[in-house]
Design a protein around this ligand. Structure first.
Ligand code: HEM
Length: 134
């Protein structure tokens, strides 16, 4: 059975924003060593360009995430589903906060640690989201 148009739009926006927030972080992490060879400034410029796309995508994720919640019949969801949802919201918060700290980090270790936490928690939010979808 085809999903109603409004559900298709809601989930497409949520998944499109997830591809940017999650896939973009993984892609940028892979590109950084190569970009760094171009010039000392190149990594910072690439990161800033990515931020212009990734933060709006994160906002869309949170807005469409709450839209998802509005569209779900909560009374028919199991306790396990609600617990997993709570874990997902916590993981999303970790991803956003760690990405923000990453942008403010000065040391290489700080950049690596907070960048890794942000990327891993973003992947975790994606996987948990797939389990929530039904
Ligand atoms: C880093 C942020 C996030 C990522 C990467 C993410 C990713 C995803 C993905 C991939 C799906 C599965 C879509 C599908 O298979 O159709 C999903 C579903 C879902 N997400 Fe998110 N999400 C994020 C943030 C949020 C937030 C903040 C909320 C709640 C406030 C939320 C609530 C939901 C719900 C309820 C579903 C199930 C929707 C349904 O079955 O109709 N998500 N998410």
């Amino acid at each position: 059975m085809l999903a109603p148009a409004i559900d298709g739009i809601r989930l497409s926006l949520h998944v499109l924003a997830a591809t940017i927030w999650v896939g973009g972080q993984l892609t940028l992490a892979e590109l950084v060593p190569t970009v760094r060879k171009l010039s000392p400034e190149a990594t910072r410029l690439a990161a800033r360009a990515f931020a212009r796309l990734s933060w709006p995508a994160f906002v869309v994720l949170v807005l469409t995430g709450f839209w998802n919640l509005g569209a779900v019949d909560m009374s028919s969801q199991s306790t396990a589903w609600k617990i997993v949802l709570g874990i997902k919201i916590a993981v999303v918060a970790i991803s956003g906060v760690s990405a923000y700290i990453h942008t403010k980090a000065k040391s290489t270790v700080g950049l690596a640690v907070w960048g890794s936490i942000s990327g891993l928690s973003a992947v975790a939010a994606l996987v948990i989201g797939v389990f929530l979808a039904n």
